[in-house]
Ligand binder design. Sequence first.
Ligand code: 13P
Length: 314
Amino acid sequence: MDMDHLIEAIKKLKQEKNALILGHYYQKGEIQEIADFVGDSLALAQWAAKTEADIIVMCGVHFMGETAKVLCPQKKVLVPDMAAGCSLADSCPADRFAEFVHAHPDHTVISYVNTTAAVKALTDVVVTSTNARQIVESFPQDEKIIFGPDRNLGGYINAMTGRHMLLWDGACHVHEQFSVEKIVELKKQYPQALVLAHPECKSVVLKLADVVGSTAALLKYAVAHPEHTYIVATEAGILHEMQKKCPDTLFLPAPPNDSTCGCNECSFMRLNTLEKLYDCLLNESPEITVDPEVAAKAVRPIQRMLEISAKLGL
Ligand code: 13P
């Protein structure tokens, strides 16, 4: 099937099956274009929670599909490629996280959404990069907190709030790769450029940043200030929406340490293709399943996040 027919066939199947296609900003451009909604991790969870569709197709990575399934156990949640995982979620196996939690019984457990449902089941409240700081700050200053699994996001929040949260030692392989030296070189070429960085980046990169925020926050900043040039230190998929919203703005992807590896692209996110999206709608497979006992525990901290976010107007 050529591209135009493929797109038409996906749209037709979507309508026939009353399906909703959700896409993360890190997806390939053609997937973002066909999605009903494109957003950051928080927005994807919010849309999943309120949709009336019978089927949700989550174009992102596995934990995003799991979060949707936990929120909507009666719905069919499909993913174009079951192998689309997450290095950050993988850096926090549930059995080891359980030991960490049990070793600190007087601590509140705050987990980043980039975790398996089994880790969420051990958690008091889930956060995304859009609401993490505000949710942490909603607890008293002296609250003892475990924050996992991203040591960079956790360290950033500790630095911003003066807290001493205990951090799990995990990281995202894409955000860990940005090179301070190469960003400084790029700044010499484009001295007026502002650096936009996701808080999953290392602290040395965040120190260079003019704006630190989630994908949605970085996009919002660029849209509000299209007159600048930007060096963008997050997964390069976000450039699609940035360029679409600000066609005359120059966006430069921040270079990774090894420029031959293309590692400012998440190989898991890129596994999703239009062909696989078509197949998954046609066959209603691969389908995300979550153990009902795990889901019953995992839903509470996700709902708590959605409730706090709604109160904060996020
Ligand atoms: P946000 O979607 O919260 O910006 O985080 C990006 C990410 O880590 C997705 O895996």
